[in-house]
Write a protein that binds this ligand. Structure first.
Ligand code: SF4
Ligand code: SF4
Length: 65
């Protein structure tokens, strides 16, 4: 049996410099400040992808299908 893990939220990769620019752009407050980079609260993310547009480091990735 193959288990598929469904993700429905963006993810943040190690290009993130923790600049914080993405945090206020999230309409559902799914991005919270974290110790190294923002934390994505997956069940709040609506996949609007607005945060991807503002990240200067191209560090936010779309959900994998
Ligand atoms: S995709 Fe939209 S809802 Fe999800 S973290 Fe980014 S701005 Fe927030
Ligand atoms: S805008 Fe990009 S580089 Fe800045 S904190 Fe968000 S994910 Fe990290």
């Amino acid at each position: 049996m193959i288990a598929l893990v469904a993700t429905s939220a963006v993810s943040i990769n190690d290009r993130c410099t923790a600049c914080g620019a993405c945090l206020p752009t999230c309409p559902t407050r799914a991005l919270l400040p974290g110790p190294l980079r923002p934390i994505v609260v997956a069940d709040r993310c609506t996949e609007c992808l607005e945060c991807i547009e503002v990240c200067p480091r191209d560090a936010i990735e779309e959900p994998r299908r």
